[in-house]
Structure formats: C-alpha cells, structure tokens
Design a protein around this ligand. Structure first.
Ligand code: NAD
Length: 325
C-alpha cells in the first residue's frame, strides 16, 4: 500500500528536497506550509502527482482539516522560523512559531499514532565549547536579554516536548503507537536555500557571482561544518524509518570543519570571482552586543553513523561548485 507522509514546511529549502526524495520512493506527500519563508516554486514540479500543498499555518490547518492525517504514519516537522537575521528581528514570533506549532503537530500526531521527526538545530548547544558536539552534552545559554537565544531555547523546548510525547506514546500501547525522533541539524546547504535570512553560503555565492565583496562577520576564524542537503535528507529518512532511533536525539551534519574566512576563499576561488573579502564586526552586521556563541561548531556524528550507517556522499567543494554553476 502506498505510504502517506506529511511534511510541515515542505515548501522550504530542506522540506522541498525531502518531498522530492519521498516522492521518488513512491510515497504520497502532503505538505503544509504558510509560505512565510518557503516558496511554492520549490515544489511546483512535484505538485499534482501524489503531492499536495495546503497553504496555511500548521496549527490552523490541522485544526480545520484533521482528516489530512488519515492514514499518515510519518510526519516530518520542519516548519519553523529560521535564520539568524529573521530570528533577531522577530524574537517573539520565533518563540510562538517554533513552540506553539510543534505542540500542535505532536498533539495531532498523538491522536493518529503517527511518528514525528522534529527538525531541531545545532543552535541548541548554545555556548557549549565541548567540540565535537555530542548529543549527550550540556546545552549552555546566555541570559534572555540576548535575542539570539530565543531560537535555541525554542528548539530545545521542542526537543523536550517531542521526547515527552514519545514516552507517553510508548506508555500507551506498544509498537504501533507512534512516537518521535529528534534530528539536530547542523549547517545545511544546497540549491533553493536563500541568503536573505542570514544564511552564509548563498550570501557568499551571490556576492562572488556579482563581483561584490563577501561580507565575513567577525574575524572570520569561527568555524562551521556544512552538509549537503541531499545527505541531510537521506539521514532524516533513515532516522524516521528505523524504530530503534525513535525516542532519541541525533546530530545530523558534516564533520568537515572550515573557518568562515576559508569558506569565503573557497567560494571566490571556485567561482573564479574578482570579489574580495570584507570583514564586518558582529555589532555592525546585527546589533550592538550581538553574540556569536560558536567559535567552533562541529558535530560528532558517530551515533548517526553507527545507528543508520550514515555516510556523506557530497564534500563541501562539490556542493559549492554545483551551487556556483
Ligand atoms: N538550513 C539549515 O541549515 C538548518 C539548520 C538547523 C536546523 N534547521 C531546521 O530545519 C527546518 C527547515 O529549515 P529550512 O532551512 O528548510 O528553512 P526554510 O525557511 O526554507 O523552511 C521552513 C519552512 O517552514 C514554513 N513555515 C514556517 N512557519 C510555518 C508555520 N507556522 N506553518 C506553516 N509553515 C511554516 C516556511 O514557509 C518554510 O517553507 C527548520 O525547522 C529549521 O529550524 C535548518
């Protein structure tokens, strides 16, 4: 029988790649998206062929059309307020969106015994300097006067909520009783990611291709590890489909660490651009007192590798070359 799967935020960057992957496996895909940061063009090629888009806020759609969940076994919950700039500009809306919508999804899923995969974030690690970051490590935050923490805390709250619902589901009836799994996504890159919410790779690529300066925030020595969205989507499906992963938290990302300076150099070299790097203080890029909590942000992905056999197929240069092309 054809499997029916719901993706919230499926018109967004990662969600649209996930929808493609699930459709290629023959699943029926239902997408709920309010198109706040996503775009219908991301999934236009999929729509109408066992793939549908319901436009609206997740909580409102699920309340108005509960029958959407009939026959759904898996829910990938990706809808969220995303991007440093967007979060900084809308801290209250970020909390409302990330916490309230996740609660609505988990509650609805609980009633139909569906499994929910929560797209959490490496930001939940906060200021932890325990590199590489491991799932069982402490989460360390600054004071609530720093607007940046609203995103990290809302995602951490989502994780607690998901794991609590999972426990409740397991308590209420064995194997077919749904549950939840948490994927802590690290920096993900690929086609359809947009730069205007603060994402560094699309910003750099666009600047290099138009001969403009690549604006590096801070001293550029902070590191990140960027993972191709195709590898990320493979991990998400693997986590959903392996029952042993449910009730657990997994880092999902690349261990290939680069400084942001080096990332800019690579984009310039790979695109043959005449652009230069331009360093800008965080205070000027965002606002006075803005805190970049991570000097290094690299996941330990051993749990993911050991549990679902995760291996990356795409190296950073390969993805950058494709994006530039
Ligand atoms: N891209 C990354 O590097 C990254 C890293 C860590 C975590 N994540 C997580 O992965 C998920 C997907 O991120 P993305 O990069 O694809 O971002 P995105 O902005 O492209 O996707 C989010 C989608 O959710 C939709 N949306 C937001 N709030 C909604 C709501 N209340 N109701 C319905 N739709 C709503 C948006 O319109 C958008 O299509 C998010 O949960 C994000 O926190 C992404």
């Amino acid at each position: 029988m054809q499997q029916k799967t719901l993706i919230t935020g499926g018109a967004g960057f990662i969600g649209s790649h996930l929808a493609e992957r699930l459709r290629s496996r023959g699943e029926e895909v239902v997408i709920i998206d309010d198109l706040s940061t996503g775009n219908e063009t991301n999934i236009a090629h999929l729509l109408g062929n066992d793939c549908s888009l319901i436009k609206g806020r997740v909580s409102e759609v699920l309340t108005a059309q509960p029958e959407l969940l009939d026959g759904v076994r898996h829910i990938y919950h990706l809808a969220a307020s995303v991007g440093v700039q967007l979060v900084k500009d809308n801290p209250a809306a970020t909390i409302q969106n990330n916490v309230h919508e996740t609660g609505a999804v988990l509650e609805a899923a609980h009633h139909v015994n569906a499994v929910v995969l929560i797209a959490s974030s490496s930001e939940v690690y906060g200021k932890s300097a325990d590199i590489p970051l491991r799932e069982d490590g402490d989460l360390i935050y600054g004071p609530p006067t720093g607007p940046r923490w609203s995103y990290a805390l809302s995602k951490a709250f989502d994780e607690h909520l998901a794991l609590s619902y999972h426990k409740q589901a397991q308590g209420s009836g064995g194997k077919s009783s749904g549950g939840a799994v948490v994927a802590r996504l690290f920096n993900t890159i690929g086609p359809r990611q947009v730069g205007h919410y603060g994402m560094v790779v699309p910003r750099f690529v666009a600047a290099a291709l138009s001969g403009k300066p690549l604006e590096v925030y801070g001293d550029g020595q902070q590191t990140r590890a960027f993972c191709d969205v195709r590898d990320v989507v493979g991990a998400l499906v693997g986590l959903m489909e392996n029952e042993h992963c449910h009730g657990e938290v997994f880092n999902v990302g690349s261990e290939e660490e680069v400084t942001i300076d080096e990332l800019a150099d690579r984009v310039i070299a790979l695109s043959g651009s005449s652009s230069q790097k331009q360093h800008i203080a965080f205070d000027d890029a965002y606002e006075p007192g803005f805190e970049d909590p991570f000097r290094r942000r690299v996941p330990d992905t051993s749990k993911l590798r050991e549990t679902i056999g995760f291996e990356r197929e795409f190296g950073l240069n390969e993805t950058l070359k494709e994006l530039i092309a």
